[in-house]
Design a protein around this ligand. Structure first.
Ligand SMILES: C[S@@+](CC[C@H](N)C(=O)[O-])C[C@H]1O[C@@H](n2cnc3c(N)ncnc32)[C@H](O)[C@@H]1O
Length: 214
């Protein structure tokens, strides 16, 4: 995918959405599925870790992990509006010098990025059609762990996804939501040398934590 990934994400994840997300974060803290991911990463007991947050949105994962787990972070995002808000929030929280922001489709820039300890994808695979390229590239960048959240493979989300995508096509918006096969994502990460060490479920989202074993 898609040569126009950034343009599409800029349309879908624009300024209004980014500001609304920031307001929610200030009011209520991280979203529930993000809390599960933060808890899972903290359970690894890492210190001074290097973090790569793919599709980090307004940057909640690194805003939080830079407090205790991470020494530095790279945030790659296809939405310039999200990156702008994430950059301002990093400055406000006093850790902007420890975060590198990159506006790109991650699969286009992965080869140029160094390996880090932890790679995160919070609600990202469901925005991207080619989950194999995305997850493979993400896995190769991780020395120790990959954490991701994605919509559960369950009947009510299959229906919900179809309804959302139907209205997206009616409005001629190219953005689609993807319910990728969990077993295939799991098999891919195992093939890349990881084992699953955590799995938590909410009504919509599932969070999986993988640790490198080879
Ligand atoms: C639903 S938002 C989630 C944002 C944030 N992680 C959260 O949970 O609030 C999806 C994010 O993934 C980004 N994204 C999707 N595909 C991407 C890709 N291939 N490379 C970089 N960013 C991507 C979008 O720009 C957007 O910021």
């Amino acid at each position: 995918m898609p040569a126009n990934c950034c343009q599409m994400e800029d349309n879908t994840f624009g300024e209004a959405e980014a500001k609304a997300n920031l307001k929610d974060y200030h009011r209520r803290g991280p979203a529930n599925q993000t809390k599960l991911m933060l808890e899972a990463i903290r359970s690894l007991n890492l210190k001074d870790a290097e973090l790569l947050d793919i599709g980090g949105g307004i940057g909640v994962i690194h805003h939080e992990l830079l407090k205790d787990v991470a020494l530095q972070a790279t945030h790659v995002d296809a939405s310039s509006a999200y990156l702008k808000v994430a950059t301002e929030e990093a400055r406000r929280q006093g850790h902007s010098e420890r975060v590198k922001f990159i506006h790109a489709d991650f699969t286009d820039v992965a080869a140029d990025l160094p390996q880090v300890d932890v790679v995160t994808l919070d609600r990202v695979v469901c925005c991207y059609p080619d989950f194999r390229s995305l997850l493979k590239a993400a896995a190769t960048k991780s020395r120790r762990a990959v954490a991701l959240t994605y919509p559960r493979e369950i009947w009510y989300l299959r229906i919900g996804g179809k309804v959302i995508n139907f209205f997206q096509s009616l409005s001629r918006d190219p953005f689609r939501m993807f319910l990728h096969p969990v077993l295939e994502m799991d098999a891919l990460l195992r093939k890349e040398g990881f084992e699953r060490v955590g799995l938590r479920r909410l009504f919509v989202w599932e969070m999986a934590l993988y640790r490198r074993v080879s």
